[in-house]
Every structure is written in C-alpha cells, then in structure tokens.
Ligand binder design. Structure first.
Ligand code: SF4
Length: 332
C-alpha cells in the first residue's frame, strides 16, 4: 500500500513513498497468543484500518525475556521511581533484570520507527496508569508506565507512543496519527538532508498545523528559523523537531482550529465574492459551536483555495495531515 500525502501544487493528491510507515506494536494487539493467559488482545482498528498505512513491527517483551506462555501474572512493586517486576503471587522473585535483558538489544534497533502502539494495563507495555504495589499489598498513589514502554519513551522521547484503548477516543486517535505522519515526513524529508532549504520548505507546509496546536510553539519556531545562522544545521533541525513534536502532543483546540480557518479564509479576500466568504465564515462558526465536524469547513475552504489560492496556501499540510480516507476529521 502506498502512503498518500496531501496535495501537490496542482491540488492533486500525490504519492511520496512506496512504503507503509514503520510503527512498533505490542504483539498481542496483532492477535498473537502471547498474553499471560495464552490469549491475545486483537485490535481490529490496527489490523484492518491502520495496517493500510502502517507496517507494524511487533514485539512482546515478556516473550523476549523468555517467560513462558501461559505464565503467572506479573506486577510492579517498590519505589515508584524505580519499580521492580515480580510475579503477582511470588513477590520475592525479582524478574526485573531478566525482563530488561530481554528487550535491551531490541530497544537499540528502533530508530527507524515513526510511532508505537502499546497494550494498556500491562506492567510491561502500558503507557500510563500502571499500579506499583507497596509491601502492604496496596498500590501507591503514583502510577507509571510499563517497564518496556518507559524504556522506549526514555530512549526515543520524540517518538509518538499511544495505547490501543486510547485510540478509541477520536481526539487522541487524531493526535497520535497526526504525529506519526509528521514524524515520518520530517525524518524522510528533512532529517537526512544537508540542505537548510528542505527545513524551510517543511516548515512552510506545516506552519498552519503548528498554529492549530500551539501559538507559543508557532512563535518559538518562527524565532528559531529567523535566527537560523546562529547554530549548525544539525542542531537547528534537532531543536526544530523537538519543538514540533512537543507542539503536536498538545491536541488542537476547536478555538485554535477556528483561528487557523479564519487565517486561511483571508487568502480568498481578493478572489471570491464577499457573499461566498460570508458563507464560509458561517460554516466556521457552525464548527466553533459544535454543529458540524472539522471536515466540513476544511473541505469547503479547500475547495475554493484549490481554485483561487496561491501555491503556498494550497501546499499547507493542515488540509490533510494524514490520509483523508481514515475519516478522522469527520469525528472531530
Ligand atoms: S501486553 Fe506486552 S508483554 Fe503483555 S502479551 Fe502483549 S506484547 Fe506481550
């Protein structure tokens, strides 16, 4: 399956890659019978929908550590800042070192990934809210990530990571998928380039998407690029990428979307009649009030900008940050 990216300068959708995007995943989410009870946690959204765009690379850290399937359940105990892994029914047997050894090597091989989907509630794979038990058997108030996922996030802090359960929430799903596609595009079109112009072009496409997520990041990045000569290109790219991914972690609010849509409407000032602009503006207000979903004003604006907009505005990734066929903006 080819990855489809937003429009080119003719307003046509283009193919920029023959590959699907590489995304790591907990093996049990693909239906592998690797869970402690010998079962799986198959995610049909991953295998039926996302698999059209993502090339999943599965990994089960408990199996990699040599634990049997089925196996006794595991839990985290001790210091919330440095939890240990033990068997739930045998907390004297510390299996932390065995577990860590099982993924240590694998963890060093993941810098080609653009995202990772992990299984919720697992002391190995969960991304958050994992209990850490005290000696008295009660959990600490403080929760954590599973040991493997924490190590993954520590080693690759900009990598988009999400839990399967949270992908059922339209806003969280949108945010994760947007970050995966942005991560992929930056790595392939900017990270490997020695040309400052590629970074500028990338930012030129992503400008309004950044604005939708964070006004402060929008300003910071603008300042960063206007002082570009103050640091070597590779440092500049690292700072830029960190700012970008941090900004995208913050879901775009309805208010920010409206702000961006009004800015984009401004590009039609000289080319369409006041009546048409008023119609578009009233659809933006409908979206602001929650009467229509985001896809409605975006589609309407894009229709007119494809005919009358400049190449700059037509190239904005804001219009299609991920394949439209995913239908994500119909639920926002
Ligand atoms: S949650 Fe992680 S450790 Fe548990 S079965 Fe799934 S992949 Fe393996």
């Amino acid at each position: 399956m080819k990855i489809m990216t937003p429009q080119n300068t003719d307003g046509q959708t283009t193919e920029t890659s023959e590959r699907r995007i590489s995304v790591g995943i907990s093996s049990c989410l693909l239906g592998d019978n690797v869970r402690f009870n010998g079962g799986h946690s198959h995610s049909s959204y991953c295998t039926k929908t996302l698999s059209q765009y993502f090339q999943f690379e599965k990994f089960c850290p408990e199996v990699a550590a040599g634990f049997s399937t089925p196996r006794p359940t595991l839990r985290l105990i001790g210091d919330p800042n440095a939890p240990k892994m033990v068997y739930t029914k045998d907390s004297d047997t510390d299996v932390t070192e065995t577990f860590v050894e099982g993924y240590r090597e694998h963890l060093t091989t993941l810098d080609h990934l653009d995202g990772y989907i992990v299984m919720k509630n697992s002391p190995s794979c969960g991304m958050e809210r994992i209990k850490i038990y005290q000696e008295n058997g009660h959990p600490h108030m403080q929760r954590t990530a599973g040991l493997f996922t924490q190590a993954l996030m520590d080693k690759y802090p900009l990598l988009p990571v999400e839990e399967d359960g949270r992908l059922n929430d339209p806003a969280l799903r949108e945010n994760f998928i947007l970050r995966v596609f942005a991560h992929h595009e930056f790595r392939h079109q900017v990270a490997t380039s020695d040309n400052f112009h590629d970074l500028l072009q990338f930012h030129s496409r992503y400008k309004y998407l950044v604005m939708a997520h964070s006004q402060s990041a929008y300003k910071n990045i603008g300042r960063l690029l206007s002082n570009a000569k103050k640091q070597p290109l590779h440092t500049l790219k690292e700072i830029y990428f960190a700012e970008l991914m941090q900004a995208f972690k913050q879901p775009a609010s309805r208010k920010n979307h409206c702000n961006v849509l009004m800015h984009l409407l401004g590009y039609l000032k000289r080319s369409v009649s006041g009546g048409i602009r008023q119609d578009i503006e009233s659809v933006i207000h409908q979206y602001r009030r929650g009467e229509v979903t985001l896809i409605t004003p975006v589609t309407l604006l894009r229709h007119y900008l494809n005919q009358y907009g400049s190449e700059y505005v037509k190239s904005q990734r804001y219009f299609e940050p991920y394949p439209a066929a995913l239908g994500i903006r119909s639920n926002l």
